[in-house]
Ligand binder design. Structure first.
Ligand code: AMP
Length: 402
């Protein structure tokens, strides 16, 4: 059977098609600049693992429906298509950012589920409306398929209350649902499962470190999230590409009061102008790495601050887990940036971490174990694959409801 995965953003749609049960990726693509006369589609068809054919289109796309219709045309084109008819797709797995407290697991999409995703617009105004739009369009274009929602927050619903509550008046939790939710759950869950399998220990105490454009860490034991560094929204915790990470709320009060910022300005500042961009002038670690090599002092400070925050959470989560079996680096920066890994693992012998510098510099696909001989805990790099995890969870749900 075929499983189609959709990650619908405000002006983009990322998609991937898998053949099941082989878990074989068939094609993937990205529609961007939806709503413009010069929208783009990059569509790649795979032969086994290697990319064989890539098409790039520039065309007007008025909305998400027009975008997805064009994708269906590419999927079913003769010759060159990968299916003959949209009805050949058994399930569409949708990434949905916020599932609130209602969804602790992947779920079949029903009218009630859609109503709940709509209610959660207030908690994820930048993401849930776009995810919802993707669902509505897919329901039309893949009418025969089961629609499945995979929530970024669901994996973290196992956090104990003392970890997810803020020390604010209780009514703000009970009436307004202000608490820690956490994000990147699909990625943390995927790499944690891979790490536990590698360690042959289903009860492994793991710290998963997702370093992409957005960054978060999670403490995972027995496949359950016990804590995570993002919170009510995606701003807390680690330093990110353009987001600040942890900050004393007094700074916000100072910006909003004496400095005269509006709420919108503060939001733009924290979400789009801070993090590595604010510290060093770029949100791409490759640029900052080059600046560092050229002796740029701001880049050096940004790297140290970024790594120091990771070390801080490794310490915190080793306490949460009462020990440590492995840390796992993943996502764009975690998988590629040897210097970040080296700085994050330096002088961490107390926590049982000793990095093998040579292995850290080598590049190879798949899981890598970078632990040195004196390391009591493993240091792993595991490429994340959120699309595959969404497809897996969709397939599992389909089998359960067959
Ligand atoms: P992601 O959100 O997982 O796609 O990660 C995107 C980020 O990964 C980019 O903004 C870069 O900062 C970072 N990245 C990608 N490739 C590399 C690389 N070769 N070295 C360092 N950072 C990288």
């Amino acid at each position: 059977m075929n499983i189609f995965v959709i990650n619908s953003g405000s002006s983009s749609i990322k998609y991937q098609l898998f053949r099941w049960p082989a878990e074989q990726p068939v094609c993937s693509g990205l529609v961007e600049r939806i709503g413009s006369d010069e929208a783009t589609i990059r569509h790649t068809v795979f032969e086994q693992e290697s990319a064989t054919a890539e098409q790039r289109l520039v065309l007007p796309l008025s909305d998400h429906e027009a975008g997805l219709r064009e994708v269906v045309r590419l999927l079913t084109a003769q010759p060159g298509g990968v299916i003959r008819d949209p009805a050949e797709i058994a399930a569409v797995g949708h990434r949905v950012v916020h599932g609130g407290e209602a969804f602790a697991a992947t779920t079949l999409i029903t009218a009630e589920v859609k109503a709940e995703i709509r209610r959660l617009f207030a908690l994820a105004p930048l993401h849930n409306p776009a995810n919802y739009l993707g669902i509505e369009v897919a329901e039309q274009l893949f009418a025969q398929a089961r629609q499945v929602a995979v929530f970024d927050t669901a994996f973290h619903q196992t956090m104990p209350e003392y970890a997810f509550r803020y020390a604010l008046p209780t009514a703000l939790y009970e009436k307004q649902r202000i608490r820690k939710y956490g994000f990147h759950g699909t990625s943390h869950q995927y790499v944690a499962a891979q790490a536990a399998a590698y360690l042959q220990n289903p009860d492994a105490r793991l710290i998963t470190i997702h370093l992409g454009n957005g960054c978060s860490m999670a403490a995972v034991r027995g496949g359950q999230s016990l804590d995570t560094s993002m919170g009510f929204g995606p701003l807390s915790g680690l330093v990110m590409g353009t987001r600040s990470g942890d900050l004393d709320p007094s700074v916000l009060l100072h910006l909003l009061g004496p400095l005269g910022y509006s709420a919108e300005q503060v939001s733009a500042l924290l979400n789009k102008e801070s993090g590595m961009l604010g510290l060093a002038g770029s949100n791409d670690m490759r640029d900052i790495g080059q600046a560092l090599a050229a002796g740029d002092a701001r880049a050096a400070l940004a790297y140290d601050l970024y790594a120091y925050r990771i070390r801080h959470y490794i310490g915190a989560y080793t306490a949460t887990l009462n020990g440590l079996d492995a840390i796992v680096f993943t996502a764009g920066v975690g998988e590629n940036d040897a210097l970040v890994r080296a700085k994050a693992c330096a002088r961490m012998e107390f926590f049982g971490l000793q990095l093998d510098e040579e292995k850290n510099q080598q590049r190879s696909p798949g899981l890598r174990d970078l632990s040195g001989p004196a390391s009591r805990a493993r240091i792993l790099v595991i490429p994340t694959n959120e699309e595959l995890e969404i497809a897996r969870q969709s397939a599992e749900l389909l089998t359960a409801h067959a």
